[in-house]
Design a protein around this ligand. Structure first.
Ligand code: SAM
Length: 282
């Protein structure tokens, strides 16, 4: 059997260039991509989904992990032939989907069994994709290993009281625990982006520890953090109005001081608020 050609040769042979309109910044350092892939853990029992494989720098070490199956979702069709050629060097069942990951129905692509999602995400769709995965019902993944712009990574893992604490940290904490596991300087990418990046590992909480009404949680956190300088009595007015109640009543049910500001309330305070909002809304 012939060996897999080096990634840079494949990029040259298939004439692949980074296209800014697709947010393309390639990872060509195989030590770094192997490290990111290893964060998926043991995936011998799992389907791995990779979003935006591009020329395959992360795809290769993901295939090396020998998952039960790998599904790659790529929007730019120029990469499909190179990915198909790459898959030919591995025994792992490998499905390449040409399409937009924001519109993909991952649960039906996976079928039964656990899944892990790994991606060097395009920056413009990173946050909407994370929210889509957090809101999945039922949740079909057990771990997410995702590269984000550093500021977004910090917002995902932010503890209560931190400057970057807000909606993203609270929605994440509702169903998962998240940590920054790796930092990647701009020079790790080709071409280098204008920002620093970081890999976030998001682990699903056991079912009994999850708060699952993320729709209500989005409404109260949007309202509370939309005017983060104001007290909750003021900032929650919009959300309360949508449930035909007032902020004071919601805060009382949730056991939260109406004079407090959003950034001082830990995630479980917002879970109680979301519950109170849902009860008022009926
Ligand atoms: N994974 C490759 C790597 O690390 O070298 C490429 C990473 S590049 C930052 C992002 C990739 O996501 C590109 O290949 C781009 O075409 C693809 N992409 C952008 N938006 C997408 C979307 N909505 N759905 C699927 N793929 C997308």
């Amino acid at each position: 059997m012939t060996t897999l050609p080096p990634l840079r040769d494949m990029i040259a042979d298939f004439g692949l260039r980074a296209d800014k309109s697709f947010g393309q910044h390639f990872l060509l350092d195989l030590n770094l991509t192997a490290k990111i892939a290893s964060l998926c853990g043991d995936v011998s029992d799992a389907t791995v989904i990779e979003v935006g494989p591009g020329p395959g720098g992360l795809t290769r070490p993901l295939l090396d992990l020998a998952p039960k199956r790998l599904i790659a979702i790529e929007m730019d069709e120029r990469f499909i032939p190179a990915l198909e050629a790459t898959g030919g060097y591995y025994e792992v069942p490998f499905d390449i989907i040409h399409g937009d990951a924001l519109k993909a129905d991952e649960a039906s692509l996976i079928g039964a069994g656990p899944a892990v999602i790994a991606s060097n995400l395009p920056y413009n769709v990173g946050t909407p994709l994370l929210i889509k995965w957090l809101k999945a019902d039922p949740i079909y993944w057990r771990r997410l290993v995702l590269m984000f712009q550093k500021e977004v990574a910090e917002r995902i893992v932010a503890p209560v009281g931190a400057k970057s604490y807000g909606r993203l940290a609270i929605l994440t904490a509702a169903v998962a625990s998240a940590q920054i596991v790796l930092k990647a300087p701009a020079r790790a990418f080709t071409p280098p982006p204008k920002v620093e990046s970081a890999v976030v590992m998001v682990d699903l909480l056991p079912a009994e520890k999850r708060f699952t009404d993320l729709a209500a949680l989005e409404i109260v956190t949007e309202s509370a953090f939309g005017q983060r300088r104001k007290t909750l009595r003021k900032s929650l007015g919009v959300a309360a109005g949508r449930a035909n109640t007032n902020a004071d009543a919601l805060l009382k049910t949730a056991g939260i001081d109406p004079g407090a500001r959003a950034e001082t309330i830990p995630p479980d305070g917002f879970f109680r608020l979301a519950k109170a909002w849902r009860a008022a809304r009926g």
